[in-house]
Design a binder for this molecule. Structure first.
Ligand code: ZN
Length: 173
């Protein structure tokens, strides 16, 4: 696998638009990536971080609904797949790769999903509410989709200038 970047990759970098590759090796390297991503998630007070956001085009993400308050609470999801979804909810979302922008996003409220853990074991489970939202947000990242892509065209139009500024800044770092 490639090198992990030192900082979270910001809007405008092509890696955020690219579908990631499945992980097939559940080895020490994945564990190292996991540990490094946990540090970055905490440094940035985030609730989730996907591998493309740290420069790796791999289907891996971590989620911590406690924002770093409970270390045991981290959920690593490898090759996640949403199998079914239902309901609908609208909540404000942000993203470590799109700093300063928070917008209401409508998504299914209830999901049934599949993922591997760090040891490669397959799990299938349900999630609802905030957890369902974060899993969908992170799985989107692995498909090259950002939450701003899920906004109405009118809303996105209003963000054009802010997004352009972000991507220009991102290109400089
Ligand atoms: Zn994000």
């Amino acid at each position: 696998m490639n090198e992990i970047s030192d900082n979270v990759i910001i809007y405008g970098d092509n890696i955020l638009k690219k579908p990631s590759e499945d992980i097939t090796d559940f080895n020490g390297e994945l564990q190292k990536i996991f540990e490094r991503m946990v540090m970055m998630l905490y440094e940035n007070n985030g609730v989730g971080l996907a591998a493309p956001q740290v420069g790796l085009s791999k289907r891996f993400a971590i989620i911590d609904l406690s924002f770093g308050e409970e270390v045991d609470n981290i959920l690593p999801i490898v090759n996640p797949e949403i199998l079914e979804s239902s309901g609908e909810a609208t909540e404000e979302e942000g993203c470590l790769s799109i700093p300063g922008i928070w917008e209401d996003v409508t998504r299914p409220d209830h999901i049934y999903f599949r993922y591997h853990d760090l040891e490669g074991e397959l799990h299938e489970r349900e999630a609802e509410g905030f957890l369902a939202r974060v899993i969908q947000h992170e799985t989107d990242h692995l498909n090259g989709i950002l939450f701003v892509d899920r906004l109405s065209s009118v809303k996105r139009q209003l963000l054009t200038k802010q997004l352009r500024t972000l991507s220009e800044k991102g290109a400089l770092t």
